[in-house]
Design a protein around this ligand. Structure first.
Ligand code: NAD
Length: 296
């Protein structure tokens, strides 16, 4: 199967390399020629546009920041639809608003193109290792036909339901992660202000009910004063914008998500948008006048 790949950023580049390692033919396209050249040196063919890929491939993976980028790649000048053939499958692995996934899929269906939404969790290290978790929406038979492609990049591929369901699962994931980091930030600044060592509090509670993957990944970073991304606040802001838009459209209240969104507004205003999302703790540190960073 020949796979086109559009969007070779932090995540897309290692994912495309894993498709090559699994034996798929890959045609690579992104805005940066140097990145296309790097993929060619790993065995890919160079693509010149979405239309070019659509004419040469059986399926196209998009791994782009947000829905306007996906729309541009699909419907823009020299976009996928300009070169598409009947039976082409679009595998959109970007994290976008599920409402947009449904609209894009409906427009593509009129042109004989099938679409699945397959966003991922797990950051760059898991993209490199090929151990991402993929949550997939779309027609079940199309998802099954594309499962070998997804499995080449992931250790878990879960079918969630019709088109848009993958992004619903992804947004639920992002709501929980953001709220969980904020809860850790609130509790650990409290502990520090009470005069208790955050590292010892972490060791004392991580094995109990409050412990979580988020706590294990993010609290040691907070204590180290390490805000190197990982997952950037500006990308998480994009996800919570999509989550709140989708939730408000159906009157599904999301007060904690909205609170984290306001914390993100503060952090973006303070120039922290490119920090890892563990920098949520900086907001609590500013409010409480204390720092959880260990003295060295
Ligand atoms: P990125 O900004 O590093 O990469 C996106 C790439 O897409 C860039 O290289 C950009 O030049 C390219 N691009 C944008 N518009 C394009 C277009 N129209 N045509 C061709 N190329 C185009 O972003 P990323 O970190 O790789 O994230 C991609 C998606 O994965 C996002 O939706 C993000 O939320 C999601 N995600 C990221 C992570 C992470 O840890 N970085 C984890 C899980 C999910």
């Amino acid at each position: 199967m020949k796979i086109g790949f559009i969007g070779l950023g932090i995540m897309g580049k290692p994912m495309a390399k894993n498709l090559l390692k699994a034996g798929f033919e890959v045609v690579a396209y992104t805005h940066k020629q140097a990145t296309i050249d790097e993929l060619v040196s790993c065995g890919a063919e160079a693509g010149t546009s979405g239309a070019d890929l659509a004419g040469r491939c059986d399926a196209i993976v998009t791994m782009l920041p947000n829905s306007p980028n996906v729309r541009d790649a699909v419907f823009g000048k020299n976009g996928i639809v300009e070169g598409a053939h009947e039976g082409l499958v679009l595998i959109d692995m970007s994290s976008i608003d599920p409402t947009e996934s449904k609209k894009i899929a409906a427009e593509l269906e009129k042109k004989g193109i099938d679409m699945i939404d397959a966003p991922v969790s797990g950051g760059e290290p898991m993209a490199v290792a090929g151990t991402l978790s993929v949550m997939v929406g779309g027609k079940e038979e199309t998802v099954e036909a594309m499962r070998p492609v997804l499995s080449a990049m992931a250790s878990s591929v879960v079918y969630v339901g019709p088109i848009g369901s993958g992004n619903v699962a992804k947004l639920a994931n992002q709501m929980i992660v953001g709220i969980n980091i904020a809860a850790c930030s609130e509790a650990f600044t409290f502990a520090k202000k009470m005069g208790t060592d955050p590292e010892l509090v972490y060791q004392a509670i991580r094995g109990g009910l409050a412990g979580s993957n988020v706590m294990n990944a993010k609290v040691p970073m907070m204590i180290d004063g390490n805000y190197t991304p990982g997952f950037r606040i500006n990308l998480h802001t994009k996800d919570l914008t999509n989550a709140l838009n989708a939730a408000h459209a159906i009157n599904s209240p999301a007060p904690f998500t909205a609170s984290v969104m306001e914390i993100f507004q503060y952090l973006n205003a303070m120039g922290c948008g490119a920090d890892d999302h563990d920098a949520i703790v900086k907001y609590y540190e500013a409010l409480s006048g204390t720092s959880v960073v260990a003295e060295k």
